[in-house]
Design a protein around this ligand. Structure first.
Ligand code: KG4
Ligand code: ZN
Length: 322
């Protein structure tokens, strides 16, 4: 079995996965959303201190598995370095105490493996990764990630968080903006669809965020309509750029992963786009869209089988890599 640890942002999570079957045997996550809410976003120092409390608490639940462990996997990059280091410190401690090899996990690749929890790996695949830190289209092929498009500024999740903050709706913004959008009219405000006139294979969310800010100044009470119209523009933006790639890329299996992939409007729109192109859409279980150690463990099983271990001194929080 593999013990996996995730602490790249504000979720403390630990999982146990079978190395033989890839089956998820244990998974627990403690989210810090409530503690960060009053600041309207994640405060790294606070997140790090909370990981130092929560990670050992979860570890206490897995003591029965410890004698059967074959490796310890931990998210090392990308993420907030002060929070990554908490998971890394615990992984190193367990590795030394039980004399187990360490497996270093790329957080973005782990999000792709959220699709394969208790399921076989699909490879190749075209993946739209939309999270709090990233907005990318990745060609996942032979277990490697080839970046086809990325954001020039904010990420999708970040833009939902910022809109929620401007409307005073709390943190995290994604779920609450989606909830308000359900009550609003997506055509109420014609927000500009980013880069729609540009042939660039890239994303950009900061201009849209500014357009939303100006609208809030004019109609501060139209929260539901603003949320719906903002979400509509994000959806159109993701579809326009994905379409460009779908036109030329023959890979048939497509997926959306990351925290913002829980968004129902984006899911449904992507479902239609895939149907239009004869592609098959794969989605992770809602509970595995946001950060979790189950996806870390699933990727770790593949790395374990290939013997991809890291030495203790090689493991460090490489915040920007990935
Ligand atoms: O993947 P994740 O848990 O953490 C990172 O790796 O960043 O993603 C968190 C992000 C947050 O910005 C959150 O607002 C966004 O995902 N999110 C959503 C939804 N649920 C979470 N964004 C849009 N719609 C949602 N339903
Ligand atoms: Zn993430």
């Amino acid at each position: 079995m593999i013990l996996s640890i995730e602490s790249s942002c504000d979720d403390s999570s630990v999982a146990i996965t079978s190395t033989e079957t890839g089956e998820l045997l244990f998974h627990k996550k403690i989210s810090q959303e409530a503690q960060h809410r009053e600041y309207g976003g994640v405060v790294p120092e606070l997140a790090s201190r909370l990981h130092a409390v929560h990670l050992p608490q979860i570890l206490e639940h897995v003591t029965e598995y410890l004698p059967r462990l074959k490796a310890v996997a931990v998210t090392t990059h990308p993420g907030l370095s002060v929070t990554l280091l908490e998971g890394i410190a615990m992984a190193k401690a367990v590795s030394i105490a039980l004399d187990l090899p360490l497996i270093s996990i790329n957080h973005l690749q782990a999000h792709i493996f959220s699709l394969f929890i208790d399921k076989p790996v699909i490879d190749p695949m075209l993946v739209l990764l939309i999270s709090g830190g990233h907005t990318q289209i990745i060609e996942f092929k032979k277990q490697r990630m080839n970046l086809l498009a990325t954001t020039l500024d904010d990420s999708v999740g970040e833009s939902f968080d910022k809109v929620a903050k401007m409307l005073d709706l709390g943190y995290p913004g994604g779920p609450v903006v989606e909830r308000y959008a359900k009550e609003g009219d997506p055509q109420a405000f014609a927000f500009p669809v980013p880069l729609s006139g540009s042939p660039k294979l890239a994303f950009s969310l900061s201009g849209l965020k500014n357009a939303v800010r100006l609208q809030i100044e004019q109609t501060p009470d139209a929260k539901a309509d603003i949320c719906a119209s903002f979400q509509e523009a994000v959806k159109k933006h993701l579809l326009q750029k994905s379409k460009k790639i779908f036109k030329t890329n023959p890979i048939n299996d497509v997926a959306i992963v990351g925290g913002a992939s829980a968004n129902q409007t984006i899911r449904e729109a992507y479902e239609q786009l895939c149907a239009q192109f004869g592609k098959t859409l794969h989605l992770a279980d809602l509970q595995y869209c946001s950060d979790n150690a189950a996806m870390v463990g699933r990727l770790a099983v593949e790395k374990y089988k290939r013997g991809e271990f890291s030495k203790l001194e090689e493991i460090d929080a490489n915040a920007k890599a990935g």
